[in-house]
Design a protein around this ligand. Structure first.
Ligand SMILES: Nc1ncnc2c1ncn2[C@@H]1O[C@H](COP(=O)(O)OP(=O)(O)O)[C@@H](O)[C@H]1O
Ligand SMILES: [Mg+2]
Length: 359
């Protein structure tokens, strides 16, 4: 009986979700051990890394109730071990008090190569976080190919207050891009030190104010801008965007390796342009194959955050200045981005080492 009961307990635990999350506690890796004895006594050991002890307590209670509801179960004992990861915001102050002291969490959106939808993800993620009530900034650090001016249809120069540059604001997100300040062709010939200086100014000279999250749209690859950001700013985590082709995945792996080298936790991998949904017949065609992001996430012991299909509505959102999460807030894409936003929030709250799950 103990084996089959143990299996039943594990299955039951897979129905328990972390509060506010769509994933279950087993897939998060929060269940450390389940032991069952001959008398039907069940002992569950939870190990949860989070700042929010009250939520972990809720999980403990939910686990107790769920397991108690099983037939054949006698006594239930749930042990909760709470790990307290260092607060990213405090680390931010100690690592670089000057640059952006009022920003609690900085999350980079990165990719191995260009054109995979990094900016699209950054914009929709930032707006999703703002829609959920957070104070959000979006920094376009893609010095060589800034996207924000076009994606938000902004052609003006930002206003200046004394020495400080004022960010634009759209859909509750504060926006800054080098593309608002200089002619894009000018930056093309910039080398390392100029790039570093530009990024430092976009961080330190802009009146970002107090933010819960700053999303950084990084240039593709692993060059000067990425290094400057990861050295000058305490990143809470990085989201890596890829398309399902093998070639994109190889580059995504390089990106992941760079963040690990500089000790930035990987929130997870997003597979963008994953399948094309035909608006005429409704059939899905996997133009670039499918599932590569998931396999890569598994191979690299990272988290798969979900796939976003190739859909003209998403491109439209980029061209029209109205992101798809604003244009179709109840649509499936908004739902995908909300789920990604949840994962980012969870990762920032816990700031776990990259090998663990997103908590
Ligand atoms: N899921 C998607 N469906 C349709 N078009 C997309 C999707 N993701 C990105 N695009 C489009 O692909 C192009 C490249 O995306 P972008 O976000 O600028 O990529 P990157 O920042 O990685 O270079 C843009 O025209 C964008 O609108
Ligand atoms: Mg871009």
């Amino acid at each position: 009986m103990p084996e089959s009961l143990e299996r039943a307990v594990w299955n039951k635990l897979k129905e328990v979700r972390f509060p506010g999350m769509s994933r279950d506690i087993v897939s998060f890796g929060f269940v450390d051990r389940v032991a069952v004895d001959e008398s039907g006594k069940v002992r569950v050991e939870l190990e949860i890394a989070t700042h929010r002890a009250e939520l972990a307590e809720d999980v403990r209670r939910a686990v107790g109730e769920a397991v108690n509801g099983l037939e054949e179960v006698g006594e239930v004992e749930v042990e909760l071990r709470l790990q307290r990861p260092p607060a990213p915001a405090q680390e931010a102050v100690s690592r670089d008090a000057g640059l952006i002291p009022e920003v609690a969490n900085v999350v980079a959106v990165a990719s191995g190569k260009g054109g995979v939808g990094k900016s699209t993800v950054a914009v929709n993620l930032a707006v999703s976080l703002a829609q959920a009530g957070h104070r959000v900034g979006l920094l376009d650090a893609d010095i060589y190919g800034p996207s924000l001016p076009m994606m938000f249809g902004i052609r003006d120069r930002p206003q200046v207050d004394g020495e400080r540059i004022l960010p634009f604001e759209r859909y509750g997100v504060k926006l800054m891009s080098l593309g608002f300040i200089v002619d894009t062709d000018t930056a093309m010939i910039w080398r390392g030190p100029m790039v570093m200086k530009a990024i430092e100014q976009l961080l330190g000279d802009v009146e970002w104010g107090a933010l819960d999250y700053m999303i950084v749209d990084l240039p593709p690859g692993t060059g000067d801008a990425q290094l400057t950001i990861s050295q000058r700013v305490p990143l809470s985590g990085a989201v890596v965007v890829t398309t399902p082709q093998d070639i994109a995945l190889i580059d995504a792996r390089k990106g992941l390796a760079m963040f690990r080298k500089v000790n930035v936790p990987i929130v997870g991998i997003i597979e963008n342009m994953s399948g094309f949904v035909c608006s005429h017949c409704g059939e899905t065609t996997d133009i670039f194959k499918r599932g590569g992001g998931e396999t890569t996430a598994e191979l690299l012991e990272s988290t798969f955050l979900g796939r976003v299909p190739l859909d003209p509505a998403i491109m439209e959102g980029g061209d029209s200045g109205v992101p798809v999460v604003v244009a179709q807030p109840e649509g499936p894409h908004a739902e995908s981005f909300r789920r990604i936003a949840e994962a980012v929030i969870a990762a920032a709250a816990a700031n776990v080492p990259p090998r663990l799950s997103i908590f």
